[in-house]
Design a protein around this ligand. Structure first.
Ligand code: GLA
Length: 756
């Protein structure tokens, strides 16, 4: 049983394989948060709370003259509300019919449901009934009649608990939500740090670790989408925790819109973490009877370090967020023409790329931007999703059919949310572009954005794209969005409801994606937001992979993919081998290094293959066969970060089969030194008692013959799992700048001479 309820003491305990979460409805009907952490028993942890009179932290009326130690300002609560005596950051702020901003949430009951709850119209973790249970706890503000239902999904095997909130106005007067968070988590004590991921276009997912200090720390987005600038995901850990040790929590917001994740250390050193919709652009009116769902958060805890938190989240996303035919199906190795041609191509050029790609073992050709409308650069044509037949020299259908006839699959780039002023769509429907009447809108990449909060716009896009995709043999779509949103206003919303725009936009996007993915189940959709501008678990519900960054430089990708690996699985990360000098940085790296980097993701190419030398083409063939050989291990294995790209000389990561029978180590020298200190790697996830052999993968074996390799690589050399874990192996030295190595570790029988 994952959900244990003590009805007498009103204690709710959620047990997962290795963690425990607990709440209690106290004598005042306040829902206290009593525990989240390493697995423990079901006993009431609130008995261990300590309360004292904290001056200026007031007391609820009923206790004000009896017990000055009881204050909402210092108690650990499950879902805090603004305006009634809790002065910390709070999870819910409402405006009542009389204009007051206050809610007093009190416990009224609970129910347990079989399986995992779902949220209509929004992404959420899903699971079979046998894999999950749901607990719903009801709170109420009796004055206004607002009901707040806290939803908990417990996936015990995965050590995952999800949270979402449903708010219903059961009163007669309107209630306006001003801030609505999906979760509030209070810690009675502890010295914490948090890890978040900041960035910018072309340089997403930078790792940042800071102490939680007195005051408020926050990351978030008011850009319409989850953004390049901050990813909607954080890790909170006890000070000193590392990859393998320490108590750590992961929080992933299953949402693609504006978010806020805040932490506050209060006057008595308690920590509060809140995650929800960003309140700055948000308000939502609930008439009597109306309901509002606050999106879901996935939480996980590990007592064994940050690495385990990541692996829990990888599994949760791979198995319980990603859906559809492509969830577990082997994805094709693709070639995208963007960095090969940008906007300048003809149909013949594209076919030549596809033909050559086919010869090298590539399986899917993706036609990127520039194939539609009058799109010769990024200033025109967005919205006109009709092929430019003059440029292609044929219809899109003919082009796709010719590519398919070459034995390649065909894929296409779309940016359905974008609209250029210079487009037929804009000329027909200028009111469909987001902007405030009477003000000039802000342009970004010279373009505007379509008002996806409008149903007529959603319906138009569904219809246009269904017709387009239904008319060509297409198996892949790259769904891009190349600007952030400001000047937020929708012609379809009353003045009092303009604060609903951003969330309605995201709901509209989800509706369109749900329809299209349902209509075209065979199409592999890849999300893109100018690279990683919308890299979140919400998008992964509709599309199992996301283009990680517009930077394809292998060395920059080390830190982008390192950052992403904390919260997202390899199978979600769109990665390509591109040309050198790299188009974003001018850096030259070996093809083998670029291949190694791209194999830490979905793997593909994005370069003009007609310019490659015969040697490079041979190497690409080898890379593709290596990737395919280890596909299952790479995409489904357990991921370990060994050395970070942010320090030292060599970034190392490992993917091990959960059985411990094999592992793939990847190492990239991001800093090359003379007379280097050996890079020693303690291999994880193996079986102590088993023997293992080490092999360089194809590309590396032949490329660096004659190089003296460390012990373990020689024929017949067998090392125990225990020795590889405790003593470790040495990564071969770099023989050129930005050298990479890929080492395959395979279980094998010990030779007869092995000491028993
Ligand atoms: C975005 C994407 C790129 C490419 C261009 C095309 O920047 O991230 O990969 O598709 O748009 O305009």
């Amino acid at each position: 049983m994952a959900i244990i309820i003590d009805d007498t003491c009103r204690v709710f305990t959620l047990q997962t394989k290795n963690s425990t979460y607990q709440m209690k409805a106290d004598a005042q009907d306040v829902l206290l948060h009593t525990y989240y952490g390493e697995k423990t028993d079901n006993s009431d942890k609130s008995l261990l709370f300590y309360q004292a009179d904290r001056g200026f932290s007031g007391n609820p009326y009923e206790l004000g003259k009896i017990d000055r130690t009881y204050s909402l300002d210092s108690l650990s609560q499950e879902y805090s509300s603004f305006g009634t005596g809790d002065y910390r950051i709070t999870s819910l702020r409402v405006q009542n019919g009389d204009g007051s901003q206050a809610a007093q949430l009190r416990y009224t009951g609970y129910c347990v449901q079989k399986g995992k709850y779902g949220i209509v119209g929004m992404p959420a973790v899903y699971a079979d009934d046998g894999e999950a249970q749901t607990l719903v706890i009801r709170l109420e503000d009796s004055c206004s009649g607002m009901e707040v239902e806290l939803y908990y999904g417990v996936l015990d095997e995965l050590d995952v608990i999800t949270r979402a909130v449903k708010i219903t106005n059961q009163g007669t007067q309107d209630i306006v939500l001003k801030k609505a968070a999906s979760m509030n988590l209070d810690w009675e004590y502890g010295d914490f740090q948090w890890i978040s991921f900041y960035g910018r276009h072309g340089m997403e997912m930078n790792f940042q670790r800071e102490g939680i200090h007195h005051g408020i720390q926050a990351i978030g987005s008011v850009r319409g989408s989850s953004s390049h600038q901050y990813n909607p995901f954080v890790i909170l850990c006890e000070k000193g925790a590392d990859e393998k040790m320490g108590s750590c929590y992961g929080f992933t917001f299953v949402y693609s819109g504006e978010f806020l994740i805040e932490a506050e250390k209060d006057q008595i050193d308690r920590t509060r973490l809140i995650c929800g919709i960003h309140p700055d652009n948000f308000s939502w009116t609930l008439h009597g009877g109306d309901t509002f769902w606050v999106p879901e958060v996935i939480m996980t805890h590990s007592g064994n370090g940050i690495g385990k938190v990541s692996r829990n989240l990888h599994k949760a996303i791979r198995k319980h967020i990603c859906r559809g035919e492509w969830k577990d199906r082997q994805r094709p190795v693709l070639i995208n023409n963007w960095e090969a041609t940008y906007f300048t191509f003809t149909g013949e050029k594209l076919i030549a790329i596809a033909k050559e790609a086919k010869r090298l073992g590539i399986e899917l050709f993706v036609l990127d931007d520039g194939w539609y409308g009058k799109r010769e650069d990024d200033s025109t044509g967005l919205g006109d999703w009709f092929p430019n037949e003059e440029k292609l020299g044929c219809t899109l259908k003919e082009l796709a059919e010719r590519i398919v006839a070459e034995g390649m699959q065909f894929g296409i780039w779309l940016e359905p949310e974008g609209i250029s002023e210079d487009s037929d769509l804009y000329r027909c429907h200028p009111d469909w572009a987001v902007g405030i009447p009477g003000r000039k809108p802000c342009l970004s990449r010279g373009q505007l954005i379509l008002d996806f909060s409008r149903k007529d716009v959603q319906d138009f896009i569904i219809e246009r794209l269904s017709e387009l995709l239904g008319g060509i043999p297409v198996t892949y779509v790259k769904w891009d969005c190349n600007r952030a949103i400001c000047d937020k206003f929708s012609g379809m919303l009353d003045a009092g409801r303009q604060g609903e725009f951003s969330h309605r936009y995201v709901l509209g996007l989800y509706r369109v994606l749900e329809k299209l993915t349902e209509t075209f189940p065979g199409i592999l959709f890849e999300s893109c937001g100018g690279g990683g501008g919308r890299f979140d678990a919400g998008m992964l519900y509709y599309m199992p992979q996301i283009w990680g960054s517009d930077t394809t430089d292998a060395i920059e990708r080390l830190s982008i993919q390192y950052g992403a690996s904390f919260g997202y699985p390899v199978s979600a990360m769109g990665t390509h081998v591109s040309t050198v000098p790299n188009h974003q940085t001018g850096r030259v790296t070996p093809l083998s290094t670029r291949g190694c980097m791209a194999m830490a993701g979905t793997f593909g190419y994005e370069l003009d293959i007609s310019r490659l030398t015969p040697e490079e083409k041979t190497e690409i063939k080898k890379q593709i066969s290596t990737f395919k050989k280890y596909y299952n291990l790479i995409q489904r294995g357990d991921y370990y970060r060994i050395f970070s790209p942010l320090e030292g000389t060599c970034t190392v990561w490992e993917i091990a089969d959960p059985s411990g029978g094999e592992a793939l180590l990847s190492a990239v020298y991001h800093h090359v030194q003379a007379n280097p200190v050996p890079v020693r790697v303690k291999v994880q996830g193996l079986k102590d008692e088993a023997g293992y052999q080490l092999f360089l993968t194809e590309d590396f074996k032949e490329k660096y013959p004659g190089k003296r390799l460390p012990y373990g690589f020689g024929p017949g050399e067998v090392i125990s799992g225990a020795a590889l874990r405790q003593f470790g192996l040495v990564i071969p030295e770099a023989v050129n700048g930005f050298q990479a190595w890929q080492i395959y570790v395979k279980e094998c029988p010990y030779p007869s001479t092995h000491p028993k």
